[in-house]
Design a protein around this ligand. Structure first.
Ligand code: NAI
Ligand code: NA
Length: 396
């Protein structure tokens, strides 16, 4: 079929298999241009099909020659309907890995469930014995709790009072004012249940108990802090409470991994266009200002540049792992650069539909958004028939 983007609000209903392959290839190419890494060799990535998780998997495999197992929740295609982009990414990743002789298998299903954890453990036992690194990179709006059977929905809301600020519809470039009502106590608890650290802890419990974590194994989960302009809706909002919980869980897991001399880390990453971040109000306006400034300063990074820097300069296998005073790895350092942030604060005040055309990188935003779904790649002929029924080789 001929596949074109079909936008509905902040999601795209279609994905392109050849463009998704190009996305994966470009990331692999970036890593291959960098110095080889002597990093982890048997890596489990939970949330491995898009965004930071996919980039982590690519960095581990193509940077360090790691065997990887990827867990994700994606939809295969059905006749006349494309797969979700992460499905195509995973298919392309596995094929590229196979060509390099790299072990890569994937598990598609709900990572919050006991069954998928068990399936992952069985696969590690069967093929790798143990893993030495676990990347936890889930982003989900819902979680079916495996013990209670309750379906929790996260919220993106401020806490305490109504938040009113600017946002941009990145499709049209229209800047408007939005107001978001404060969260209820239930919203807060649900968001912590979905995006906090409980599931990460359950994973590490299960992996440790099953004996599939190697001596000195590490695990890393991703967090975000961001600027003052987004604070009320992000770091001091419901999602921030979940991130507080996730960050606190790192200490609990480290304690629990003492028997194998393991350690849990938080990496605070840069704001980037992903399916998860596009859905958060205010963030697209911030990102469009940030991208423009970081690009002109030469410090802009995408997911793959971030993850390569994480594994090459931060989460190093031997030697000191540099952290902030709260023990967190910071690869949001270039985003949080004082000069950049001062400039954003100034431009924020001036931003409206007309002025943003000049000082916002809306084109960069849109292009990155299209790229998430395999669109907007110059190497791909979008007028040609594409085979949407692509298999992920390791998934039967
Ligand atoms: P993403 O939406 O690109 O990736 C989410 C991944 O989780 C996908 O592989 C998806 O298949 C998987 N997933 C979702 N629900 C699942 C489930 N129930 N079972 C199995 N897999 C499931 O998200 P992104 O942006 O890469 O986020 C990953 C982490 O990075 C999140 O913790 C996020 O808060 C954090 N982060 C994101 C930033 C951003 O600007 N995008 C900035 C800093 C941190
Ligand atoms: Na991810």
């Amino acid at each position: 079929m001929i596949i074109a983007p079909r936008m509905r609000g902040f999601i795209c209903l279609t994905a392109h298999p050849d463009g998704s392959r190009q996305n994966v290839k470009n990331q692999i190419h970036y890593v291959q241009q960098q110095p080889a890494l002597d990093s982890y060799k048997k890596v489990l990535v939970i949330g491995a099909s898009t965004g930071f998780g996919l980039a982590s998997r690519i960095t581990a495999a193509f940077g360090s020659g790691a065997a990887t197992i990827g867990v994700f929740f994606e939809k295969p295609a059905s006749p006349g309907k494309t797969a979700s982009p992460g499905w195509y990414n995973a298919a392309a990743f596995e094929e590229e890995a196979a060509q390099k002789g790299l072990y890569a298998k994937s598990i598609n299903g709900d990572a919050f469930s006991d069954a998928i954890k068990q399936q992952t453990i069985d696969l590690i036992k069967q093929d790798l014995g143990q893993v030495d690194c676990v990347v936890y990179s889930l982003a989900s709006p819902v979680r079916l709790h495996p013990k209670t059977g309750v379906l929790h929905r996260s919220a993106l809301k401020p806490i305490g009072k109504t938040f009113t600020n600017k946002t941009v519809d990145f499709h049209t470039g229209v800047v408007s004012t939005i107001s978001i009502e404060p969260a209820t106590e239930d919203d807060i608890q649900n968001t912590i249940t979905v995006m906090g650290g409980e599931d990460w802890q359950m994973w590490m419990d299960a992996l440790l108990e099953a004996g599939v974590l190697a001596e000195n194994a590490v695990t890393v989960a991703y967090s975000y802090i961001g600027p003052e302009v987004t604070e009320a809706v992000y770091r001091k909002g419901t999602i921030g409470r979940a991130k507080d919980h996730l960050e606190a869980t790192a200490d609990v897991i480290t304690e629990q991994l003492k028997s194998i001399n393991g350690k849990a880390y938080i990496s605070v990453n840069k704001a980037l266009v992903t399916q998860a971040s596009s859905a958060i109000p205010v963030i697209p306006l911030y990102i469009s200002l940030l991208y423009k400034l970081m690009k002109s300063k030469g410090t802009h990074e995408g997911c793959i540049e971030q993850m390569y820097r994480l594994f090459s300069e931060r989460l190093v296998k031997s030697g000191e792992v540099p952290t902030d005073t709260e023990g967190r790895i910071r690869i949001d350092d270039w985003e949080m650069d004082a000069e950049i942030q001062a400039e954003i604060a100034k431009l924020w005040e001036q931003s409206d539909t007309e002025s943003l055309v000049g000082f916002g990188d809306l084109e960069g935003y849109r292009n990155d958004f299209l790229n998430l779904f395999g669109f907007g790649y110059k190497e791909v002929d979008y007028d040609a028939e594409a085979n949407e029924l692509v298999d992920v080789p390791s998934i039967k």
